[in-house]
Design a protein around this ligand. Structure first.
Ligand code: PLP
Length: 431
């Protein structure tokens, strides 16, 4: 199986985190998101201990909550002592409600409104990642009004193309995030931050993209950033206490994806930065990484019930399920690959080539084309693996379809953490 938390039990059913998926579908209904809580905890611990071991004490992961954010998960993050990256008032509120210490929240985003900035300061958010000159002025002004000094990192664009999908590639110059080095604007940004009252410049942030499978793009970006650090040290005498390298470690969605050894990648990056800092005569900073996908993706699964199975004679077979792009828009957005399985005897007699289609009225609302399944019948349960990241987080009510619930799996047991939306919820904001 794709990941160790996916197994086949004695009944021949797909089990996720040791729990029978057909039983779960029966108990909670479909569509249904599952989250392997033990797996998420183990990923947090791996990141924390590996970073501390190979990047020095103080180095830590920030969980990028844009990947998946709900109160129960944030409770887990708080218990694991994780710092959290949040990009909106909503993500901040969920993190704080789950018990995350606001001092450990890092507030991102390329267009924080004055309202967002005031809200985050009101909640005591420890760190702002400032994305532009306008935002720098706004953060300084609002911090001044509140009589505080706000810790900030500046988002810098190193100009790296990590060869991932265009829409998740943010380290290159021409994008809406950060301030580029190559144009000379980043140096001006640092100078402005050093001269802005009520902000304390703590260091730099950069993020090169997502689904990165080895250390090379991270080290290439670090090389550019450390040259920039040295340049700013020479110009302004400023050295960062913190260097936040963003997120991006990749995850296996299908068998043909490479297996990523995150520990080895982290070790490699740590070694590289230490060596380069020594060569450039720089103080070794506190290193941060912001993994989202790699902390939750493989610890999520979605279960659906099959509705219709349609053969367009001479063309294709379509298996339509009771969810789709409203709970998982990633195929529609990025043509993302997914592993789809029959929950009953997965892989056995899987000789029916089909397109798994969502229920939404939209021809692009597919979950995955060209999937091999055992020909399902109405009511069969289908599992889509590795849906923990950017599925629930990107879910919508398109076609006024209620969002599925989230069930957490812990120690072989299950519990409801987010209830299923109802059609009455669809009316809650309508006046
Ligand atoms: C600034 C920033 N940090 C972290 C992440 C998380 O990336 P990933 O989920 O690929 O680890 C993202 C993803 O878009 C991001 O934009």
């Amino acid at each position: 199986m794709l990941h160790p938390n996916m197994t086949v039990n004695a009944a021949g059913h797909l089990a996720f985190a040791g729990v029978d998926t057909i039983d779960l579908a029966r108990q909670y209904g479909t569509p249904l998101y599952l989250v392997d809580e033990d797996g998420v905890r183990s990923a947090c611990r791996m990141y924390k201990s590996t970073m501390e071991r190979c990047m020095g004490s103080g180095a830590e992961p920030l969980y990028a909550s844009k990947a998946l954010s709900f109160t129960g998960l944030m409770r887990v993050m708080a218990q694991e002592g994780m710092s959290v990256d949040a990009v909106s008032q909503g993500e901040i509120l969920v993190a704080v409600t789950g018990g995350v210490d606001p001092e450990k929240i890092y507030f991102h985003g390329n267009n924080k409104t004055d309202g967002d900035i005031a809200f985050a300061m009101e909640k005591g958010v420890g760190w702002f990642i400032v994305d532009s000159h306008e935002e720098l002025q706004a953060v300084g002004r609002i911090a001044g009004e509140r009589g505080i000094e706000q810790k900030i990192l500046l988002r810098i664009t190193p100009g790296i193309d990590p060869h991932t999908f265009e829409a998740v590639n943010t380290g290159k110059i021409d994008c809406q995030f950060g301030v580029p080095i190559e144009t000379g604007q980043a140096v001006q940004f640092v100078q402005a931050a050093l001269n802005t009252p009520n902000v304390r410049l703590m260091g730099y942030h950069y993020h090169i993209g997502s689904q990165i499978f080895d250390a090379v793009p991270f080290n290439d970006a670090a090389a550019i950033m450390l040259d920039f650090v040295a340049d700013c040290k020479a110009r302004f005498g400023f050295e960062p206490e913190v260097l936040d390298m963003g997120g991006g470690p990749g995850v296996r969605y299908v068998e043909s994806d490479p297996v990523i050894d995150v520990e080895a990648v982290l070790e490699n990056i740590g070694r590289y930065i230490r060596t380069r800092c020594a060569q450039l005569g720089l103080t070794y900073p506190k290193l941060l990484i912001e993994p989202g996908r790699s902390i939750v993706a493989q610890y999520g699964m979605t279960l659906y019930s099959v509705g219709t199975v349609k053969t367009i004679t001479g063309y294709k077979n379509y298996v339509s399920i009771d969810g789709g792009m409203s709970d998982n828009p990633r195929y529609a957005l990025y043509k993302s690959k997914y592993t789809v399985l029959n929950a009953d005897r997965p892989g056995q007699n899987a000789d029916f080539l089909c397109t798994v289609a969502g229920r939404e009225c939209e021809s692009g609302a597919l979950i995955q084309p060209d999937v091999m399944l055992r020909r399902p019948v109405r009511g069969d349960i289908i599992a889509v693996a590795v849906t923990g990241a950017y599925n629930y987080a990107m879910a919508s009510n398109y076609n006024r379809v209620p969002r599925p619930p989230i069930v957490m799996l812990k120690g072989g047991e299950s519990y409801l953490s987010v209830r299923r939306e109802t059609i009455e919820d669809e009316l809650r904001c309508d006046l």
